[in-house]
Design a protein around this ligand. Sequence first.
Ligand code: 5AD
Ligand code: SF4
Length: 481
Amino acid sequence: MNKTKIISFPDLQKAAKRQLKNIPDIREANKLASKRLKEYLAGKSYCLFTSGCQANVRDSEIIKAYLDNLNMKQIEDVNTASLILFNTCAIRENAETKIYGELGHLKPLALNDKDKIIGICGCMAQEEKPITYIKEKFPFVRLIFGTHNIDDIYSLLDEVIFNDERLIDVPSIEGSVVENYPSTRFEKYKAFVNIMYGCDNFCTYCIVPYTRGRQRSRSIESVVNEVISLKEQGYKEVTLLGQNVNAYGVDLKDENITFAKLLEEVAKTGIERVRFTTSHPAYFTLDVFDVMAKYPNIMKALHLPLQSGSDNILLRMNRHYTNEKYLYLVDELRKRIPDIYLTTDIIVGFPNETDEDFEKTIELCNKVKFDNAFTFIYSKRDGTPAAKMQDKISDKTKSERFSILQQTIDKYATINAQNMVNKTVEVLFDGVSKRDKNMISGYDNYFHLVHVKANPSIIGKILKVKIVSSHTYSLIGEICD
Ligand code: 5AD
Ligand code: SF4
């Protein structure tokens, strides 16, 4: 068996520490690979599996660039891959259980081929319990690194391969702003652009502030330059990414650097479409709505996580807003952009959520009439404050609430989608529909998924489409002349 070398082991307590008085460090990404590593890996293949949010997808694009730059080839077949890497999510327990399942399947393959490198990175790697478990139960996992040291991938692979080691290197740190990563993009016309990393909110249910470090904003200049370069390469849409985009710039301690300002500067680049995610109601300032209303290239969509409609639960979630504040924001937004496409995230079954708390969530959904929502049953995350809260609510009650909530969301999604029929939208066509090869799909200037019967030559174009029929979560249209 390989020897296990632990350079650093995940530590959630340490990860929670923050020096908010200082502005974040900025550093250049490491890009140097040893000659022997280049020679050894050139021509070999790898599998890269990604779970979780857009931040993880963006990290995987960076990891792919590192591996492609060694002349490795990405494939789907785990049997023939020399390297199998899981970029993991930690947000709910089921994301982690799935990874254990995948590792279990790979066991015979790993035991058969001692040169195969199986690795874990991403948010789950930042948690001590899962990594202790993987270290013990899956000794064939030879490389574990975290979200802060993606750019050490070459030196880590070098050690694993040439020192025949199992390596764990997961720094639990505040993190830096890393610039000039090598990069590929999984999509041809749409790109994710990180505007900030980490999170300082500490919602009591959430693991992210521990797995991704303190909030660190990139400069407006770096973000704008990346968008200009994407535009020059032919990208039509950017999505600005951050765990809490409304707090963008707070860490830079310069009151002129705000999300509204950044959004405006990005819109001014003239890229055809701008989106952003995720917003936080507590930090939202109305100037963002003004910028959204002013620039036609900012899409008419907002994802505004609610989490709960009950003030009592919001307080215990450490969300720093009330039901009333949420409704006020929606009101102000609809005053400026009446047809905004509004989506949200809602958790049911937070510890000791009462029937009254849950009803308040449903009442709020009835008032707002969301176009779509991601709904979740609360999942206990070790190391977070909510994990220590008492919970007397049965799993059965939680499932019942979950299905009532989902029915409510589906109801308004269906009605709102029906209201789109006969309207004209603009769709950026991405590709052939997964369900029907004769249909081409894309997202409109809101965030509806639209399918039209057309020739694949329209892929990559933004075209006017008249909506002819609707489903709950997609629309069917015809291209206008
Ligand atoms: N349990 C259930 N859902 C969660 N989310 C975050 N943490 C948890 C958890 N412990 C949800 C929130 C967040 C979305 C990305 O995931 O709704 O907005
Ligand atoms: Fe993204 Fe959060 Fe999952 Fe990490 S834990 S991948 S930040 S959703």
